[in-house]
Write a protein that binds this ligand. Structure first.
Ligand code: GDP
Length: 195
């Protein structure tokens, strides 16, 4: 059975004090509009996200149950330009604290548009989480928008830069539109969960 086929929405939290108890968590982070919701739905094999997406307003951390004690955590998209400064600061501090301190977080999936990988905010997420020593898997989404040659070059470039930072990094091409890269992503995440 596919890794996330039983994925079920459980709760949304606004503040780190409301986080549920968990044994293992995999967090998904990415710039707003990078394709994070689509990627989660593609991995689940159906539409799971129900929270309406109004950037800057409905910024919640969404918990989806994978199995007992295991969660997929959908973090609020970052980088949306029209968010008030105070809201942006609050969410950046929340993301930093979550990535730096969440003990049950076994790995981070970083969603990046294959046409614009490794923006300054993506690098910020890496800087917050990498010191934990836990793995970061990058999905270069919307790969269908690039030619095969462009996609290969982008993959190689991102891989070269991240691999130089240590063995905890991996990267792949992904397309929710073409269902490309699903098995590859599942294999990595299943490994994190000890499956
Ligand atoms: P999020 O804000 O990161 O959750 O992004 P969404 O998943 O809502 O996607 C943002 C936009 O990109 C939507 O219009 C999607 O239809 C589109 N999109 C997402 N993934 C893909 C993909 O793999 N290929 C293409 N061509 N478009 C995509």
């Amino acid at each position: 059975m596919a890794l996330f086929s039983r994925l079920q929405y459980e709760k949304s939290v606004h503040d780190l004090s409301e986080l549920p108890t968990s044994r293992q968590e995999i967090a998904f982070a990415g710039r707003s509009n990078a394709g994070k919701s689509s990627a989660i739905n593609t991995l689940a094999g159906r539409k799971t996200a129900f929270v309406s997406k109004i950037p800057g307003r409905t910024q919640l951390i969404n918990f989806f149950r994978i199995e007992e004690g295991q969660y997929l955590v959908d973090l609020p998209g970052y980088g949306y330009a029209r968010v008030p400064e105070a809201v942006r600061r609050h969410w950046q501090a929340t993301l930093a604290r979550y990535l730096e301190t969440r003990a049950s977080l076994v790995g981070l999936v970083l969603i990046m548009d294959a046409r614009h990988p490794l923006t300054p905010l993506d690098r910020q997420m890496i800087a917050w989480f990498a010191p934990s020593g836990r793995p970061i898997h990058c999905l270069l989404t919307k790969a269908d928008k690039l030619s095969r040659g462009q996609a290969t070059r982008t993959l190689h470039k991102v891989w070269q830069e991240l691999a130089a930072q240590g063995p905890a990094f991996s990267v792949q091409l992904f397309s929710s539109l073409k269902k490309q890269g699903v098995a590859e992503a599942e294999a990595v995440l299943a490994g994190w969960l000890g499956r």
